[in-house]
Design a binder for this molecule. Structure first.
Ligand code: SF4
Length: 373
């Protein structure tokens, strides 16, 4: 499909039925919060034979982000990787090896100077000059410094490339950092997650191909369309949180009933990501950690995943209105912490209401603990 532009009348687009291809483009447009009219523009951008290629490098990582992309189902792997995005170089998928692969990389970089999309998976070790990650006889940090400034756009995929992730966990013996610490003079888009949902990456690439610019980014260079809200804001267990129904131990009655995992250390209230709406790793409907009964680990949030212990109870960053109906009877407690939570939320009407409900629910939770004790 690299050499065929999208034609409204063609039945197949690069081995995908026209219907499925348009559905995919519509889903990308919706995910990017673009109007439906943009579907055709996206279709033309993806099939433009002159679209910039993607070059994918690996640093200190486990290749989980690549695996996540490979198992994206809509469309399937080979069409996604080999046709919808023009993947010129990917170390672990490349048919070539050794000098042959290194030459292919150099040729693609030179032929597409200033245009290609550089995706980096994995952290960059800096300690001892970067000797703890070497590819083709070069330290990875030098490869990043060499190729990064030649790219049209740089995307750090996964938490390791975004801010160090698991590779930078204390005591971080190899001095791993995120890509932005190495390419300080250019914008490095961050798609954190361990692994991130592949559609967050694909949609970012397709936005760049369609509009020749990156999507709107937040202060940590994460695309706002995917990382603009807390997991907690759209969690399917949120009505249980709002109504004070919490699991206290794995396997207890509340856990079996599917109640909120807040007291099991869920990091959804401090983690910005779309796992609760787009699921995790495209593993299928309803398959993300919270849905299957495990608290969110906060893998996508710098300073949380791989930093805060899994079962440590988090604060709640934003007091948002209840996702379910308001309870008819609100129990009011006398504990200091829940009262403080309500006081802190007393800056505005909505915040006050949400904060009071939240405080009451937490208090209800602590009473429950007392009863159990
Ligand atoms: Fe969902 Fe976790 Fe928030 Fe509970 S604390 S509503 S399980 S994100």
């Amino acid at each position: 499909m690299k050499n065929t532009e999208f034609d409204q009348d063609q039945e197949q687009v690069g081995g995908i039925s026209r219907r499925d291809f348009i559905k995919f483009c519509s889903a990308v447009a919706a995910g990017l919060a673009l109007p439906g009219a943009m579907t055709a523009k996206i279709a033309h951008a993806i099939t433009n034979p002159n679209r910039p290629p993607v070059i994918w490098l690996h640093g200190s990582e486990c290749t989980g982000c690549s695996m996540s992309l490979l198992r994206a189902e809509h469309p399937t792997l080979e069409k996604l990787m080999l046709e919808l995005i023009s993947l010129d170089f990917h170390e672990t998928l490349s048919a070539g090896a050794g000098h042959q692969a290194e030459e292919a990389l150099e040729q693609s970089v030179e032929a597409n100077y200033g245009k290609f999309i550089l995706i980096i998976e994995g952290a960059v070790p800096l300690k001892d000059g970067g000797i703890y990650c070497r590819v083709g006889g070069k330290n990875f940090v030098d490869i990043v410094r060499d190729i990064g400034p030649k790219a049209g756009a740089v995307i750090a995929v996964g938490s390791c490339a975004s801010w160090g992730g698991v590779a930078a966990m204390a005591p971080n013996p190899t001095g791993c950092v995120g890509v932005s610490e190495v390419l300080k003079d250019q914008t490095v888009v961050s798609i954190p997650g361990c692994p991130p949902n592949p559609y967050n990456l694909l949609s970012t690439i397709i936005h760049y191909l369609t509009f020749n610019k990156l999507p709107a980014l937040d202060s940590e260079n994460r695309p706002k369309f995917a990382y603009g809200r807390l997991i907690h804001e759209h969690c399917e267990r949120r009505p249980h949180f709002d109504n004070g129904r919490f699991a206290r131990a794995f396997g207890d009655e509340s856990h079996r009933q599917g109640h909120c995992l807040y007291y099991l250390g869920c990091k959804g209230p401090v983690t910005y990501a779309n796992c609760s709406t787009s699921q995790f790793g495209d593993a299928g409907s309803g398959c993300w950690p919270v849905a299957i009964g495990h608290p969110c680990f906060g893998c996508a949030q710098k300073g949380v995943g791989f930093n805060v212990p899994q079962f440590t109870v988090s604060p709640v960053l934003h007091q948002t209105p209840a996702a379910g109906h308001a309870p008819i009877i609100v129990e009011r407690g006398e504990g200091v912490s829940p009262g403080s939570a309500a006081l802190m939320a007393g800056l505005g009407g909505v915040a006050l209401g949400a904060g009071a409900v939240f405080a009451a629910k937490l208090d209800k939770g602590s009473k429950h603990e007392d009863e159990e004790a």
